[in-house]
Design a protein around this ligand. Structure first.
Ligand SMILES: Cc1ncc(C[n+]2csc(CCOP(=O)(O)OP(=O)(O)O)c2C)c(N)n1
Ligand code: SF4
Length: 394
């Protein structure tokens, strides 16, 4: 079997003092104030260093970063089609390898990083990313920046949009308050389970910059195809004041909604706040503390918070590996019989019917009281709720 070429020597970044001062993603872009999708670009480029080629899938990080004749990219950068991050990464890595083998360019390690948004990566580009992760003879990193929407084309629902969130495709109505009824797809877990030869898969967030940069270096050091998923608060799509971006990223960790981990050669380790929760050194905050700070959940009632909390509790209490492997262990052990050994208790199909309207588990929470026993908002009292900004009407 062909082995990947040499990789650059990149020391771990364990503290902000160990981070390089040089910037390879500079000023000059036009992302929104407080955009936590541009910050991971900067951190990723900083961690990877000058011998790096970056490929960018269509989305905010392409469009806002490439006004005519200006660009913040200091390292070589190329735009690639929406959904083509995986193919572009493999093509570039293969092209470099061929040119080096033929002696047309110097034989040296070069980082190939292809980034994509959640729409481009978790939805339409997922198959190409999967294919790239099986191409173990090439060194490449797929870097998915997840702002939980198709942000560039005005905040449409993606496979990463959280349950219940308002997007331009899912405005709450009088008849149906919750229009986004799908639970967020577990992309890093899915890719890890399906690509056991991939040497490095991790989740991160620019709200934890040292952890994120360290993971970029770990991925590039590992060699072969690798994958990192980062959660990026987006003030425009999530409807909050831009000054709260980092706070929201941390709250996603503190409430346990988004876990931080890395999987090195198939061995999973939680990192940062998630590690503290998983080892009992920190208690999870109620999900409501995260949700109620965002205008995209401003229509939530008690029953919606209760359902969201239940789903997150299930991830922590029932999954084989909390928040990562979406199966729970259920007996009896009987692989060949009708009773499966591992049963996914998480998937509830309350009121499901093959003939009528499909049922939704959250409907069983409709009885949860909406009594204003605490500073509470309902649809008519948003102005009493200082943290949630009203929809900016995207
Ligand atoms: C094949 C294709 N379909 C649709 C579009 C239009 N389009 C451009 S950017 C974009 C949204 C991308 O969303 P995401 O990948 O999540 O990145 P973000 O905008 O959030 O940064 C869409 C749909 C396109 N460029 N190409
Ligand atoms: S819409 Fe969101 S992701 Fe796009 S530039 Fe603005 S803050 Fe960043």
């Amino acid at each position: 079997m062909e082995t990947p070429g040499r990789v650059l020597k990149l020391d771990p970044i364990r503290s902000i003092k160990k981070a390089p001062v040089e910037e390879y993603f500079e000023s000059g872009h036009r992302t929104c104030q407080g955009c936590l999708s541009s910050l991971p670009m900067r951190l990723m480029a900083k961690a990877a260093g000058p011998r790096t080629i970056v490929l960018g899938s269509t989305g905010c990080m392409y469009v806002a970063n490439t006004t005519y004749m200006t660009t913040p990219w200091v390292v070589p950068w190329m735009h690639t089609q929406l959904g083509a991050a995986g193919s572009a990464a493999v093509g570039t890595a293969a092209g470099l390898k061929a040119l080096m083998r033929k002696g047309k360019i110097k034989d040296e390690p070069i980082n190939v990083i292809a980034f994509c948004g959640d729409g481009g990566g978790a939805d339409m580009g997922l198959s190409a990313i999967s294919a790239a992760l099986t191409d173990i003879e090439y060194n490449l990193l797929i870097f998915l920046y997840d702002n939980e929407s198709y942000a560039n084309t005005d905040i449409q629902t993606s496979g990463q949009t959280p349950w219940g969130a308002v997007t331009t495709f899912s405005p709450p109505g009088k008849k149906h308050r919750i229009m986004q009824r799908r639970w967020k797809k577990n992309v890093p877990g899915m890719l890890a389970a399906g690509h056991p030869d991939t040497r490095y898969i991790a989740s991160g967030t620019p709200a934890m910059p040292v952890d994120m940069m360290d993971k970029v270096r770990a991925a590039l050091r590992a060699g072969g195809p690798t994958y990192i998923h980062v959660l990026d608060p987006c003030p425009k799509g999530w409807h909050y004041d831009p000054e709260h971006s980092v706070e929201l990223g941390k709250l996603a960790l503190e409430t346990g909604i988004y876990p931080l981990y890395e999987i090195k050669d198939g061995v999973l380790e939680f990192t940062g706040i998630t590690k503290q929760i998983a080892t009992g050194r920190r208690r999870r905050k109620p999900v409501r503390e995260y949700l109620e700070k965002q205008g995209r959940f401003a229509h939530f009632k008690n029953q919606d918070y209760a359902y969201f909390q239940k789903k997150v509790d299930e991830m922590w209490e029932q999954w084989i590996i909390p928040c990562v492997v979406a199966f729970s262990y259920g007996g009896p052990i009987n692989i060949t019989g009708s009773e499966p050994r591992v049963r996914n208790k998480n998937v509830e199909r309350v009121n499901a019917s093959w003939t009528g309207e499909p049922g939704h588990a959250h409907e069983q929470y409709e009885g949860v009281s909406d009594a204003p026993s605490e500073p509470w908002r309902d649809d008519n009292r948003l102005d009493e709720y200082p943290n949630a900004l009203p929809s900016t009407g995207h």
